[in-house]
Write a protein that binds this ligand. Structure first.
Ligand SMILES: [Zn+2]
Length: 760
């Protein structure tokens, strides 16, 4: 250790001591209430026992845990019994959902060097559960089509939109063909969907060693990376249209619910799709001829990557499922609040996995149960939370957020009236806190992160986040947005929350019901991507490569426990509206979109000029010829003034509220506080529009949505942003107006609250 580092540690130590003497204030609390809350949290921490996490994870991940498996149901019953023994009221809520189970999977390369794909993950030494075969789901993707097709193979890289533009320039068409795409970049279901839209009749998705295999690290069991025969299962349902049971959009899938016919279910894909390992993909890819793949399309297999589509590789793909139904079991546990039983803080994690699911999702489930145990003990000792807690173990997340979506739809009215917050977690790793959600809760989460110690570094969770963001912003490849954040952090600003798209159970609460929502988890230091959705996401893997000393699971409990308890006990609910209105969120998103419109206009104009001047043939390489691209539609000048004005008003109102709460929050009468809390509880619902987003009415939130063309990835101000991206000018104008209207409604609610607080 050198001297400067020593000084730095000393400075850090002093800073930590100062922080301990003068902790960051808790939003919504006066100093006395904050002190009592922190004492409660210290008692919460002492109830977290490392042995619990290990024992539960080992037990729950000892058998296959997909929807409908006996072991998943046994885990539901085990969770219910434990929650009840911790003093919670419990029930299991069931739903009946469409559930295709794999029946036939066959993939073969025809021709001179035939190859029959294995489609199997073998047992591995040192991975004790991998020798189980009974009841294990074979590699498949759920909600793909049935089919038996034979056709030419085409390699489409990640199979996202820009890859099809490159294919067209290479003169390759996928109509009537079978595509092979690698996992990564876009969401899984997008790959077969885009293939289907471009006329392909079948799709194969494989894991290239470049993305999560030997190019990254030693393959499992020698190291954490994906091995030759490991396959990523998953859902290809189009949940960007609507998540949940494909047959019951918008309503709970109870036994008597009205159901669509399968042909009407817009979220179900039509073409047969199969996920495979790189071991099975290599012979297929090696057989392709045709154009050499562009440089950034090449993976890490020892072959020349080619596009094919010229008759060089014919494959036979057969996929069939039993299109039956299954019962979902959501475990719901309630701890009634002492003062405000009709205000609910909800916290969930899913329980179903593709196979054993040790990391995804059971690691997060251990954190959930440990919190419930600790909070139950506090309640028994007379320290019951003031608001009601609802803890949920969701079933069927992997297939498309089924359990959480059906529950949210079934209880929509009650949730609109009572829910204060939904907090989500999923599989947990080691590393940095990833926090996303409703931006008015940014201060809350920064406060939680400031109070927790990171096990690896010894600094606070917040200090570690801040250090990483500032260091990353110094890298040559850092984006301007990263540099902006770093500058704000250097000046003492908060770590921004991420905006949420989709990919876990928060979506129905945030984007359908408009509830304040958070998604929390640790990761980024190696971990589980090498076994993601495979047979090998096991206890043995978790204990070797994800979190060997089980220190980040108690940390997750501490993080979520504090978040839940701070909101449940807050004298005034902890929103700080400036964080939502300003550059970290809404104002920043609007700025991005306007810059995008300018950049798109410029590039469409430039491309037009180049096309007209014959510039593309002029640079074409005769050895690897490329066709000219299709002209892009011109981008008109767009009037963003209604949006800009609404945001400016919102920023002014948010500032006034935030300042009024700091100045007068401690002295409010009980009556005023109650009125204020009732308003704050529902305020996020003003951000919804009842008719939803174009073509997808289930998604009603005009601030956050998953991208219709990107899947998991968020589109902020989605009505406006996607209209610009898709060149729908009428929608663009309409959603500028609608987004301004919801921001005005939100701002008016803030103003009414400010009037309540400011002394008359
Ligand atoms: Zn998960």
């Amino acid at each position: 250790m050198n001297f400067p580092q020593h000084t730095w540690l000393l400075a850090l130590l002093l800073a930590t001591q100062t922080a301990a003497a003068q902790p960051v204030s808790l939003p919504g609390y006066d100093p006395a209430a904050a002190e009592a809350q922190r004492a409660l949290e210290a008692r919460f921490d002492t109830a977290l026992k490392e042995a619990d996490y290990r024992g539960w994870l080992k037990q729950w991940s000892s058998g296959p845990n997909h929807v409908g498996s006996p072991h998943n149901l046994a885990n539901a019953r085990d969770l219910e019994a434990r929650l009840r023994s911790f003093g919670w009221e419990t029930r299991i809520e069931q739903f009946e959902v469409l559930w295709p189970s794999p029946k036939t999977s066959r993939l073969e390369l025809l021709g001179a060097k035939p190859y029959l794909a294995r489609l199997k993950e073998p047992p591995l030494p040192g991975d004790s559960t991998s020798s189980q075969t009974e009841g294990v789901l074979p590699p498949y993707v759920i909600y793909g089509g049935d089919g038996d097709v034979t056709a030419d193979l085409v390699y489409v890289n990640y199979g996202i939109a820009e890859d099809y533009e490159a294919l067209a320039r290479n003169g390759v068409d996928v109509r009537g063909k079978i595509v092979i795409a690698r996992y990564g970049k876009g969401w899984r279901g997008l790959k077969p969907r885009l293939a289907q839209e471009h006329g392909a009749i079948g799709a194969i998705i494989y894991s290239d060693p470049r993305d999560d295999g030997y190019f990254q690290d030693l393959p499992y069991p020698d190291g954490p990376a994906r091995n030759q025969w490991s396959v990523q299962r998953g859902s290809v349902a189009n949940f960007a249209l609507y998540p949940g049971d494909p047959l019951t959009p918008g309503v709970g899938a109870t036994a008597g619910a009205k159901r669509l016919k399968l042909e009407q279910a817009g979220s179900v894909l039509k073409i047969p799709t199969l996920p495979i390992s790189w071991g099975d993909a290599q012979p297929l890819l090696a057989a392709l001829r045709g154009p050499v793949a562009p440089e950034d399309w090449r993976g890490a297999l020892p072959i020349t990557y080619r596009i094919g589509g010229d008759g060089s590789a014919r494959v036979h793909l057969k996929v069939e499922a039993d299109w039956g139904s299954q019962t979902l079991y959501n475990v719901i546990a309630t701890l009634r609040g002492s003062d405000y039983p009709e205000q609910w803080v909800i916290r969930g994690n899913h329980r179903d996995g593709w196979v054993f699911g040790a990391a995804d999702p059971l690691s997060g489930t251990t954190a959930l149960l440990a919190e419930a145990k600790a909070i139950g003990e506090l309640a028994r000792q007379g320290q019951r939370p003031r608001r009601t807690l609802v803890y949920a173990s969701w079933d069927g997340e992997e297939a498309g957020l089924l359990g959480s979506t059906e529950w949210a739809e079934q209880h929509a009215d009650e949730l609109r009236r009572k829910a204060v917050l939904y907090v989500n977690t999923d599989g947990n790793g080691r590393g940095f806190l990833n926090a996303g959600g409703s931006h008015a809760l940014q201060r809350l989460i920064n406060g939680v992160a400031a109070d927790l110690r990171d096990p690896d570094s010894g600094v606070s969770v917040l200090e570690r986040q801040r250090a990483r963001a500032r260091i990353d912003a110094l890298a040559p490849a850092a984006k301007p947005a990263q540099k902006d954040v770093a500058k704000k952090l250097a000046a003492g600003g908060d770590v921004p929350l991420k905006a949420l798209g989709s990919g876990s159970d928060y979506s129905p609460f945030l984007q359908h019901l408009g509830l304040a929502t958070l998604d929390l988890g640790y990761g980024g230091q190696g971990g589980s991507s090498g076994v993601y959705h495979s047979l090998y996401d096991s206890y043995d893997y978790f204990a070797r490569f994800v979190d060997p000393d089980f220190s980040y699971l108690p940390l997750l409990s501490q993080t979520v426990g504090r978040t839940v308890l701070r909101v449940a006990n807050a004298p005034v609910l902890p929103q700080r509206f400036g964080d939502f209105a300003d550059a970290d969120a809404v104002a920043g998103y609007a700025q991005e979109i306007k810059q995008q419109a300018d950049a798109d206009r410029e590039s469409a104009r430039n491309q037009d000029e180049l096309l007209a001047a014959g510039a593309y043939p002029a640079v074409s390489n005769p050895n690897r010829p490329l066709l000219a691209p299709v002209a892009k539609p011109a981008v008109p000048v767009i009037d963003f003034a209604p949006l800009d004005q609404a945001i400016a008003r919102l920023q002014a109102s948010a500032k006034r509220y935030d300042e009024a709460l700091v100045a007068h929050g401690a002295g409010l009468s009980g009556d005023v506080r109650d009125k204020l809390n009732t308003s704050l509880q529902r305020i996020d619902q003003t951000l919804l529009v009842q008719t939803g987003l174009p073509g997808r009415p289930w998604y009603r939130n005009l601030i956050y949505a998953p991208g219709l063309a990107t899947g998991y990835e968020v589109k902020t101000l989605p009505g406006i942003r996607e209209a610009l991206e898709d060149r729908r000018w009428d929608d663009l104008r309409r959603y500028i107006g609608q987004t301004a209207t919801v921001l005005d409604a939100y701002r008016e609610a803030i103003d009414r609250n400010t009037t309540l607080i400011e002394p008359g």
